[in-house]
Design a protein around this ligand. Structure first.
Ligand SMILES: [Zn+2]
Ligand SMILES: [Zn+2]
Length: 160
């Protein structure tokens, strides 16, 4: 047995699976490890990483495991525009995401409040109010790599 970081991680994930009445399987552990190592990965990215380690697992099985781990809250599923859903192991802190509309890069943005919902709606007159549980916040912009460089006057973007 290796006394490594990955052994510690396996123990942690095993405990989490037990806590949710899930059997600890190599497949589930491999999916959790893959998502932890590459946050915001798509299901296909994750399937590729898992299959590199467990070639016998099908892509479909990885999809099923991702959906199940999301349903029990061990993974968080993120929807961003023009992209398949992405997954991450950073759950429970209600953090948000910033997506670059140029290259699709995704960065975590801490939630100012730290718990959902961090925004409360101003209801329109006549609206039937709801008890709000989640406010989905998605920042969109351009990353430094995609923003036209300041000294080169490429196109029309002026900054004041
Ligand atoms: Zn970019
Ligand atoms: Zn994230």
């Amino acid at each position: 047995m290796m006394q490594t970081r990955s052994a510690t991680r396996e123990a942690r994930w095993s405990a989490a699976l037990h806590a949710h009445q899930r059997r600890v399987t190599r497949q589930r552990l491999a999916v959790l490890a893959a998502v932890e190592q590459s946050p915001h990965a798509t299901a296909d990215d994750t399937a590729g990483a898992v299959r590199a380690e467990l070639p016998q697992i099908t892509v479909q099985s990885v999809y099923v495991i991702l959906a199940d781990l999301t349903a029990i809250g061990l993974l968080r599923r993120i929807e961003t525009p023009h992209s398949p859903a992405r997954y991450e192991t950073r759950v429970d802190d209600n953090h948000h995401h910033a997506v670059c509309t140029g290259c699709g890069r995704i960065e975590d943005v801490d939630c100012a409040v730290g718990h959902a919902p961090c925004l409360t709606p101003e209801w329109s007159p006549g609206a039937s109010r709801m008890t709000i549980q989640i406010a989905e916040v998605l920042y969109q912009g351009l990353c430094d790599d995609c923003r036209p460089a300041a000294p080169h006057h490429h196109q029309s973007h002026h900054q004041e």
